[in-house]
Design a protein around this ligand. Structure first.
Ligand code: HEC
Length: 149
């Protein structure tokens, strides 16, 4: 019996640890969002972040110079809690939602670099702080990977 208890205790503390790790990162992503919101408000004091706008932005299809339509969702899929797939190379991409992937939205420099890279690639200009804030708060709402087909 003692043995079972030990295993249970170990399992429980492991679960708490992983929960903590995910929570810590959600906190981090929320802190990043606050930063972007305060920058957005220096441009437009009326700015209020919006999950709906973030979702629209994520799924918005934009025509590329080659005529193809692309959205953030083209690589990150329409459910950012799911693993993505690069639309051009077919390479797997880890889920973008910080609620399920604790490596996301951790490091401001990396986040800025990726935003600049992908926004330029898809939109043809860097995203605004308002778009970035909405984007991350939308991602934070996506916590449930879709059932595998
Ligand atoms: C052509 C494919 C593709 C498209 C389209 C795309 N991305 Fe990405 N994105 C990637 C890949 C690949 C990574 C992952 C790199 C990695 O795993 O660290 C990534 C990662 C990111 C990250 C890094 C998050 C983090 O902290 O790790 C951000 C932010 C991001 N993308 C924003 C966007 C935005 C905004 C759009 C739409 C305007 C977009 N992406 C469209 C391929 C794409």
């Amino acid at each position: 019996m003692k043995h079972t208890h030990l295993i249970l205790a170990t399992l429980l503390s492991f679960a708490t640890l992983t929960a903590h790790a995910a929570q810590a990162n959600v906190t981090n992503a929320e802190a990043l969002t606050k930063k972007y919101i305060s920058i957005a408000q220096t441009v437009n004091p009326e700015f209020v972040s919006s999950v709906t706008d973030g979702k629209m932005f994520f799924n918005r299809k934009i025509k590329m110079p080659n005529g193809k339509e692309m959205a953030c969702a083209s690589c990150h899929t329409t459910n950012p809690a799911n693993p993505g797939k690069h639309a051009l190379t077919g390479k797997a991409i880890d889920p973008l939602s910080p609620a399920v992937n604790n490596k996301r939205f951790k490091d401001l420099d990396k986040v800025e670099e990726k935003f600049t890279e992908h926004c330029n690639e898809i939109i043809g200009a860097d995203c605004t702080a308002a778009e970035k804030a909405n984007y991350i708060i939308y991602l934070l709402t996506e916590r449930t990977p879709s059932a595998k087909k």
